[in-house]
Design a protein around this ligand. Structure first.
Ligand code: DAH
Length: 340
C-alpha cells in the first residue's frame, strides 16, 4: 500500500506542476485531496492493515495530503500571477505613443474684423443696432432719399423677392429703423449682411457692411472726420494715411468716400490699388435734412453724420487679400492662415 501511495503522489505532483489553467487545477484538487479523492480512499483502506501499522500509515497519508495541498496552492498562486501579468501586458498603456490629434477651428477673418470694428466703436460710446436682411423699398430706398429712377433700385443691382420686398442692399436701412424708434441723441453702429447682384474680385453678392449713425445738436463734418481718423489708425496703425474724397449718396449732403493708402504698395501704385495708390473703404456724409424730416426729426435743431464701411473690404486691406471671393470659398488652406 505504501508503494501505491508513493506512486499516486508522484503522479499527482507531476500533473499539478504541469497543469496550465485554474479550472484544471481545481479538478486535480478534488481528484487528489477532496472528499472523494484518491488520498481519502487510502484512509478508508487503512482498516485492512495490521493494527500496529495503522497510526503510522494514517500519519503518512495525512502528511501526503498536506503536501499535495501546499503544492496545489503554490501552483494556484503561480497561475494567478502569470494570468495577471499576461493581462497587464495585453492591456498595456504605451505612454510614449503620440496622442490623437484634434483639428482646431478658428475664427473667420471676417468675424475677426467684424468684432474688432465693433469693439472699436463700442469703446467710443456707440451702441449696436440691428435691422433685417429682408426689407421693403421704404427702408432701403424711399426713406433714404433715393429717387424712384435711381439706378441702384434696378433689378440688375437689387435682389427683389417680390414687389416691394427685397434683400437689403445696404445697412443704411438700420439708420431709418433706428430713427423710427428712437429720438436723438442717437449714436449707433449696425453691422450686418447686405446683398447685391455683383460678383467679381472686389464684389460678392452677399457681403458685410457696418453702418454708423450719430445725431445730436451741433454735430459737424469735423466730428465725422475725427471719428473716421481715429478708427483708421486703430485698425491699421498710427502711421497709416487716409483721406476723404467728395462723392454722392442720396441720403447724405455733403457726401464723401473714405480711402486709405494702399497697404500693398504704400501709395506708389500697384495692381491691388489699380495704380491709384489708394483703396476705398466705405462711404460717409452729413445726414441729408430730407431724411431727418421724413422721420420727424427737426433738422433745424439736429444734425448728424453717417458712414458705411465694407467689413470685407477692411478685412482685405488688413490682411492683404487680393480677391474677395477667397473670403467666401471656405478653403481651409486659406482659412488656416488666420488661425493665430
Ligand atoms: N450705403 C452706402 C453704400 O452701400 C454706404 C454709405 C455711404 C453709408 C454714405 C452711409 C453714408 O451711411 O453716409 O454704398
Amino acid at each position: 500500500m505504501r508503494k501505491e501511495l508513493d506512486k499516486t503522489l508522484e503522479i499527482a505532483r507531476k500533473e499539478i506542476l504541469e497543469v496550465e489553467t485554474l479550472h484544471d487545477l481545481m479538478q486535480l484538487k478534488s481528484r487528489f485531496v477532496g472528499k472523494k479523492s484518491v488520498l481519502n480512499n487510502f484512509m478508508k483502506k487503512i482498516g485492512s492493515l495490521p493494527k500496529e501499522g495503522r497510526p503510522a500509515f494514517g500519519q503518512i497519508v495525512n502528511q501526503a495530503k498536506n503536501q499535495l495541498a501546499e503544492i496545489i496552492s503554490n501552483r494556484e498562486i503561480e497561475i494567478k500571477e502569470r494570468d495577471y501579468k499576461k493581462n497587464l501586458q495585453a492591456n498595456a498603456l504605451d505612454i510614449t505613443m503620440p496622442g490623437r490629434h484634434r483639428e482646431q477651428g478658428s475664427l473667420h477673418p471676417i468675424t475677426k474684423v467684424w468684432r474688432e470694428i465693433e469693439d472699436t466703436f463700442i469703446s467710443m460710446g456707440f451702441e449696436v443696432a440691428e435691422g433685417f436682411d429682408i426689407e421693403d423699398e421704404f427702408h432701403n430706398f424711399d426713406a433714404l432719399n433715393t429717387p424712384q429712377d435711381h439706378p441702384a433700385r434696378d433689378l440688375s443691382d437689387t435682389f427683389y423677392i417680390e414687389n416691394d420686398v427685397l434683400l437689403r442692399t445696404q445697412t443704411s436701412t438700420v439708420q431709418i429703423r433706428t430713427m423710427e424708434n428712437h429720438k436723438p441723441p442717437i449714436k449707433i453702429i449696425a453691422p450686418g449682411r447686405c446683398y447685391r447682384n455683383d460678383n467679381d474680385a472686389s464684389h460678392s453678392p452677399a457681403f458685410h457692411q457696418m453702418e454708423a449713425l450719430v445725431i445730436d445738436e451741433d454735430v459737424s463734418f469735423a466730428d465725422l472726420k475725427d471719428i473716421l481718423n481715429i478708427f483708421v489708425k486703430k485698425m491699421f496703425g498710427s502711421e497709416i494715411e487716409s483721406r476723404i474724397r467728395p462723392h454722392f449718396f442720396p441720403f447724405t449732403e455733403p457726401s464723401a468716400e473714405i480711402d486709405i493708402v494702399c497697404v500693398n504698395c504704400g501709395g506708389k501704385g500697384c495692381n491691388v490699388c489699380k495704380n491709384q495708390g489708394w483703396l476705398e473703404m466705405g462711404g460717409a456724409g452729413m445726414v441729408d435734412p430730407n431724411v431727418l424730416e421724413t422721420l420727424g426729426i427737426d433738422s433745424e435743431k439736429y444734425s448728424g453724420y453717417a458712414f458705411g464701411l465694407g467689413i470685407d473690404r477692411v478685412a482685405m486691406l488688413k490682411y492683404k487679400i487680393p480677391d474677395m471671393r477667397l473670403l467666401f470659398e471656405n478653403d481651409l488652406r486659406f482659412l488656416k492662415q488666420f488661425s493665430k
